[in-house]
Design a protein around this ligand. Sequence first.
Ligand code: CP
Length: 309
Amino acid sequence: MSELSVDHLLGIKYLNENDINLIFETADHFKEVINRPIKKVPSLRDITIANLFFENSTRTRLSFELAEKRLSADVINFSAASSSVKKGETLIDTVNNILSMKVDMVVMRHPNPGSGVFLSKHVDAKIINAGDGAHEHPTQALLDSYSIRERLGEVAGKKVVIVGDILHSRVALSNIFALKLQGAEVTVCGPKTLIPRYIHKLGVKVETDLKKALNWCDIANMLRVQNERMEISYFPSTREYTQQYGVNKKLLDSLDKEIVIMHPGPINRGVEITSDVADSKQAIILDQVQNGVAVRMAVIYLLASKIKR
Ligand code: CP
């Protein structure tokens, strides 16, 4: 039987192409399951999963919880804002207390880059990184590629532009790793101040002119400006950012071809994307959210199959 090459999902950079294909084939099966009248399978009745969220989340948190429940796992949820972290408890103490309640797998979102790797070295449970600071968001990149595959048939050979705040985006880095691994061409587009200097080392092109980037690509993945990770201003004003790097219907209609629009959410309507684009047939934003459940079911199922029972 095929299995993942990794024991944890800490980042796309630790996966190979076979891992991604296996996750997608498994997700195809679970997508069929969640479209049935009874959307559950009993596969993980003997597994307990803790969702530890030290940062805010809507989509990722709900999607993981639903994926776990669709697999019949027992689920506990932890939010740092209402926990003893506020009284000074460390990450390791927090997690070890939770694990002493016989937890098999931890899904964690944390503001510190590398927090998932750190945890995997100190605790005896499978770890899934649900976003570690500005580092990686592997399940987002997997569901993004899965959604491209669903809409356009395959990822290999496709031209993808990632637009916006590349510097602070874990979605951008995980997407670059995932898309390159599958043979897509990637360009990043945004103000020079929001593009990391090392980016060319990842095998991507840089384009600061949005219209040129859109005319080149098959898919545009629009990112939110991560104001919460900025201590200084990276562009003169939101209005100027929108004028240069926001997509609207008039801009898309002026292109040589119809492209697919993606967004990981949350959307700032009227900033990086207007409502007439976000809610159009060109956008696959809600397909991404829907596919997130099947992709996360696949990741959880495949990692759980490596637990010694
Ligand atoms: N895409 C994403 O990570 O959204 P949330 O922050 O709402 O989980």
